[in-house]
Ligand binder design. Sequence first.
Ligand code: SAM
Length: 336
Amino acid sequence: MPKLASQIAPQRSTQYAQLASQLAAPELQLSPLGSHIQHVEPTPLGGQEYLLLDLDQPLDDALLHELGTLAMTSAHFEFFDRLGDVEGPLLRPLTPSFQPTLPPDIVTARRYKGKTNEMLTQFMLNIARHSSAFAHRPWDTLRLYDPLAGGGTTLFTGLMLGMEVAGSDEDRQAIDGTAQFLQQYGKEQRIGINVRTESLKNIGKRWWIDIKQGGTVQRCLLSRADVGDGAQALHGFKKPHLIVTDLPYGIQHNGELISLLKNALPVWEGLLDEGGALAFSWDATRFPREDMIAQVETISGLRVLDEAPYNTLTHQVDRVIKRRDVIVALRNESPN
Ligand SMILES: C[S@@+](CC[C@H](N)C(=O)[O-])C[C@H]1O[C@@H](n2cnc3c(N)ncnc32)[C@H](O)[C@@H]1O
């Protein structure tokens, strides 16, 4: 049986190291590799944390490609207990063929208060895509919407992977700052950026930003809008395949979060392409998973995925956010 050793992405802080080691196995299980994994075992190798995976087949090119997009594992090796007379463990490095469309530092370059962890963001994009009807479509054919976009971590991760992206947020400064950063980043990296702004009734100024590399153009639309105005915010942008977002933290009463969900979920459901997926994270310390699932399924027709490993994604962030959780919900394809 072929064995794969996947190195859990090394982190400087204990907090992020825990995040990576907790979510690495679910991410692999929910990836296209998942159906080939017979067994997963955490194993230290050379003082580093690895997952040892028993596979039912050797990796083909498509699976090898996917390994390059994973967030929680950073290097992958064929694993041998021994080779001929040579006692193991022995590792043969694998080179995933996936190449990011934009340099990964587009996601990490900016630091600001309230930024969503970059690894968690890429993890949510991965599990949303793999759970959707578009699991086998290349990233550069997919569209993403983040309706609580803040400083744009989700959007930049989507762009890095090759997607077309749209984001909105009620905070005008966050939206304008994101647009300005993208222009500045393009200048520094000598990437062609075309910007067009327009003004819409109710919403005000919107930014259409085209990122040009070689013969390809990636589009990023940014609007200031309340979650309830998502349809206006996205006017002129084709239906997103994925909606990925990080709900606001520091909310004192569950009622506030429920009212945000009541405004947002019907809009998100209407915007998602058929077969599309919604993934979001939230502070589950005082708003447990069962309650969130009940809210999503009462307010919208979206179907929450809650079988293992979807129900194992809860993790501690810090002393205040003792539990953060992630939900993936699907907009079903119509039967005909
Ligand atoms: C956790 S932050 C998202 C951070 C973002 N992922 C990043 O890394 O910058 C949540 C965002 O929700 C926005 N927000 C809160 N309530 C909103 C509402 N009703 N409509 C639109 N945006 C809202 C806040 O302005 C904040 O930027």
